[in-house]
Design a protein around this ligand. Structure first.
Ligand code: AVI
Length: 328
């Protein structure tokens, strides 16, 4: 069992990630309590997210894959635009499974482009630099490890070619609408006229379908949320009793926001490191994550208010997911 640090048994291990510590303590001493979903993705979290994506209930990945496999040519033509050379920048590339469909087609067409995956994980960039040249012979590749906007600036220094930015997988949905709006506005400021974005956005649909995707029967999504507590125990020397919290997912069809919470089952105290004690009342919640769903018109609003023109839409058969091309 995890032992928290106390005065009697002080921490012997240092807290390696100070930012993580500050964000967690800040979130759990706020009203209401919250944690940041970006911290879901340690190695156990990465594995759980892979398992979520393989669940029958979790439709977004399959929808976007369907779009990319069924409409490869049209999507790539929209990216190639006038045929001029370009840099293809992917924000949060991960293992690049989806983008590989596009990259392969672009290579077949002998498009003149450099693929620049950006990821906050150094492991991811190391992996892509090692794996992609073998899988995609002839690919010009320049991986960038760091914050999205820092690396966009870096990409602009490396070359002045036209930019096409990929932001896939409904990652934009993990921001509240106001933050998504600010993010898109900032993205626009890093781009030049004629640059384009291919953005994947999950759409509003039957509420049962959405909720089931975030409440899979096997319980991977539940574990995915609880894993953040395990991570906090391990890395920040805390003593969360995982069994004393319950995963509560909800979807509001009116606003399109799908949210997940962890609910305290009892009155309890949790210590983090040597200095923090957090009190939980029975039934008190921690807000964990938002996965915002949009109507198509709302995605247009997002684009236009950020200074983009939505110029093309690609839907899956059921119209559950949208990959849109936005132009500066
Ligand atoms: C990464 N992101 C788009 C996922 C989503 O659908 O919001 C994360 C996720 N959370 C629970 N299931 C999947």
């Amino acid at each position: 069992d995890n032992q928290a640090c106390t005065e009697q048994a002080p921490c012997t291990q240092p807290i390696l990630n100070q930012q993580f510590y500050e964000d967690v303590v800040n979130g759990l001493t706020s009203h209401p309590k919250h944690l940041e979903a970006k911290y879901f993705y340690d190695s156990a979290g990465d594995k759980l997210f892979q398992q979520i994506m393989a669940c029958p209930e979790y439709y977004p990945t399959n929808c976007e894959l369907e779009i990319f496999t069924q409409q490869t040519q049209a999507i790539c033509e929209a990216m190639m635009a006038d045929g001029s050379a370009f840099d293809l920048i992917e924000l949060g590339a991960g293992d690049a499974t989806k983008s590989t469909y596009l990259l392969r087609y672009l290579l077949e067409q002998q498009a003149d482009f450099t693929y620049m995956p950006i990821d906050i994980s150094a492991n991811t960039i190391t992996y892509l630099n090692a794996a992609l040249p073998g899988a995609l012979p002839g690919l010009q590749l320049h991986g960038l490890n760091g914050d999205y906007f820092d690396m966009l600036q870096e990409a602009a220094k490396i070359s002045t070619r036209r930019k096409v930015v990929l932001f896939l997988g409904s990652n934009v949905g993990n921001m509240p609408v106001a933050d998504a709006q600010a993010f898109c506005t900032k993205l626009r400021q890093y781009l030049q006229p004629e640059d384009r974005v291919l953005i994947g956005i999950d759409l509003k649909k039957n509420p049962h379908t959405v909720l089931a995707a975030y409440n899979d029967n096997t319980g991977y999504t539940r574990q995915f949320n609880l894993n953040l507590m395990e991570r906090i125990n391990r890395e920040l020397h805390a003593n969360f009793s995982i069994s004393q919290f319950e995963h509560y997912p909800m979807y509001d069809p009116e606003t399109g926001s799908c949210k997940s919470y962890l609910i305290s089952l009892v009155d309890q105290e949790v210590t983090i490191g040597a200095n923090e004690t957090i009190h939980f009342k029975k039934d008190e919640y921690i807000f964990m994550e938002i996965s915002q769903k949009y109507a198509v018109a709302e995605t247009d609003q997002l684009a236009i208010q950020a200074g983009f023109k939505p110029i093309q839409y690609f839907f899956d058969e059921r119209q559950w997911f949208l990959d849109a091309i936005w132009q500066v």
